[in-house]
Design a protein around this ligand. Structure first.
Ligand SMILES: [Fe+2]
Length: 285
């Protein structure tokens, strides 16, 4: 059993976070167009060598915090469509309040028309009061694959992609027993909301790539000033690629906001993952 208990400092921090964030989301939902630093996004490009998936492409989004559908969400859909991905992965913090559900599923439905969508849950999805069975029912109705400590395996012809998705590691709801054993020509991807999943893994969990979010990249980045806001569960991982031994983890800056509806020097991010074969990688090196 790999699920761990939440320490009392984490419980206190999460409770304070919930008590602060919920009323702020209610207040700012009254002025939904009052946002700053969220109107544009940047593209990040990641390349991984795995012959059986060479030529395949995925898009990774995170931390939508989508309580109201805005014009910027249309721009994200258009950008994703242009990228022509085979799969779309979204690593939690889908919304903040239950009123966001129709807006969220409007966005997810548009993405699903582009490519199969796989989602996991984050801390704010639980703070919202929407229950896991409600998420499951809505996901099924919209033909979205919600992974809550579950795995799907997709055959790709030459090999297969195993997509394991755990519940939020920052609330210590992740159960890594869903990670499948390695197999020939299999690429195992782990979707997890918070980067501390890396600290919860045990040697027998063999994963080729972990995708997560949660950090918002710090959300407010003042040049020359160290990152001063990171939620519990990041363990110092702010953005981009991280390695721990053979493990590789990518932290997406996410699309939305926490506490205050602005981001500073920290654009929302769409990450693009391209698989290539080992020979192409060797030639590029
Ligand atoms: Fe978030």
């Amino acid at each position: 059993m790999t699920r761990r208990q939440m320490s009392w400092p984490d419980r206190v921090r999460s409770f304070i976070g919930y008590c602060l964030s919920e009323p702020l989301y209610r207040i700012f939902s009254l002025v939904p167009h009052w946002e700053f630093g969220l109107s544009s996004h940047s593209l990040s490009s990641l390349t991984y060598a795995h012959g059986a998936l060479a030529g395949r492409r995925a898009v990774h989004l995170s931390d939508l915090h989508l309580d109201r559908y805005q014009p910027r969400h249309d721009r994200v859909v258009d950008a994703v469509e242009e990228l022509r991905p085979d799969w779309i992965f979204i690593t939690g913090d889908l919304l903040n309040v239950p009123e966001g559900l129709p807006h969220l599923f409007r966005f997810l439905g548009r993405l699903r028309d582009i490519a199969p969508v796989f989602i996991t849950l984050g801390n704010h999805d639980h703070y919202s009061g929407v229950t896991v069975p409600q998420y499951v029912e809505l996901a099924e109705r919209h033909d979205i694959t919600l992974l809550v400590n579950q795995t799907r395996v997709i055959k790709t012809g030459a090999g297969e992609l195993a997509i394991a998705g755990v519940d939020d590691p920052s609330l210590h709801r992740a159960d890594l027993s869903c990670v499948p054993p390695p197999a020939h020509q299999r690429f195992t991807l782990l979707l997890a909301h918070a980067p501390n999943i890396l600290d919860q893994m045990e040697p027998h969990h063999e994963v080729d790539l972990i995708l997560c979010g949660h950090s918002h990249g710090g959300q407010w980045r003042i040049p020359g000033v160290p990152t001063f806001w990171l939620p519990p569960g990041c363990n110092g991982r702010i953005a981009g690629e991280h390695r721990a031994g053979e493990r590789r983890l990518y932290v997406n800056r996410g699309m939305g906001w926490s506490f205050l509806p602005f981001r500073w020097n920290c654009e929302p991010e769409i990450a693009v993952i391209d698989w290539i074969n080992e020979q192409t990688q060797a030639e590029a090196a």
